[in-house]
Design a protein around this ligand. Structure first.
Ligand SMILES: [Fe+2]
Length: 256
């Protein structure tokens, strides 16, 4: 069985289409965050509804479905605040209900693999932000004795982590990579073998979608930077008395 694994589509339909044009697969898994940021949320939600056998809820799916307004003037939080109002009119009642009812975690058996799916971590399915590091993932999965593979998203960083008896796969972000590689990220599982992939896509199509929304110029510039560089510049550093060399103004958590 050939399994496509995606996460963090974030309304970037041209990136999703590039993956679908390249790959043939028997089944698709989706680790959440279908919406927010990107200009084509409905297409991404409908694809997941019709083609993903299993999908878990991301923090942005939850925020959009629950009408959560976002506060923030910097970085990705600013972009969420600006773009979220455009999510609601694009999504019909059926798509919103789908987001609302997505499970927080899933435990499935596929092709001989015992799989746990969660967007963030088992401790905090929506919001905890853990990169591809052995120690924190070993702790998060210590009580999950009956799994071979955890499939996660949220960080927008692609990794495959070997913990010995189990592995952790983050396929990366389809629609908004943040690891410095702007190509759409995904993974393929076939016969127990996991491969990480990247594919170029027509970024200009996504940027044209933003132009059509009539967003503020600051937002258009940040979206362009994010999509063309695969990350945003670091937030402004603010000197403090206790740390004269400066601290980051925004933590990474809650932004993805
Ligand atoms: Fe995300």
């Amino acid at each position: 069985m050939r399994i496509l694994v995606v996460s963090d589509l974030h309304g970037n339909a041209p990136a999703l289409r590039a993956i679908l044009e390249r790959e043939r697969f028997d089944l698709a898994l989706n680790a959440g965050d279908l919406v927010d940021y990107g200009p084509f949320p409905a297409e991404c939600v409908r694809w997941s509804m019709s083609h993903c056998a299993y999908t878990v809820r991301g923090n942005h799916d939850h925020g959009v479905a629950q009408n959560v307004e976002v506060v923030g003037d910097h970085g990705y939080r600013y972009l969420t605040r600006i773009a979220r109002p455009f999510m609601w009119p694009d999504l019909g009642p059926r798509e919103r209900r789908y987001l609302l009812e997505l499970p927080l975690t899933l435990r499935i058996d596929l092709d001989g693999l015992r799989i746990l799916m969660v967007h963030g971590t088992p401790r905090d399915p929506l919001d905890e932000y853990v990169m591809g590091l052995v120690e924190p993932w070993t702790a998060r999965l210590r009580d999950y004795k009956d799994i071979d593979l955890a499939i996660v998203g949220h960080t927008h960083h692609q990794f495959l982590l070997d913990l010995g008896e189990k592995r952790v796969l983050n396929p990366g972000s389809v629609g908004q990579p943040r690891d410095g590689d702007p190509r759409a990220a995904y993974a393929i599982i076939e016969d127990g073998c996991i491969q990480l992939h990247r594919v170029e896509y027509p970024i200009e199509q996504t940027l044209a979608g933003y132009e059509a929304l009539g967003l503020p110029e600051k937002a258009n510039q940040l979206f362009r930077e994010s999509l063309t560089h695969g990350r945003l510049s670091p937030p402004p550093r603010v000197p403090t008395e206790s740390s004269p060399q400066a601290l980051p103004a925004m933590p990474p958590s809650g932004e993805s």
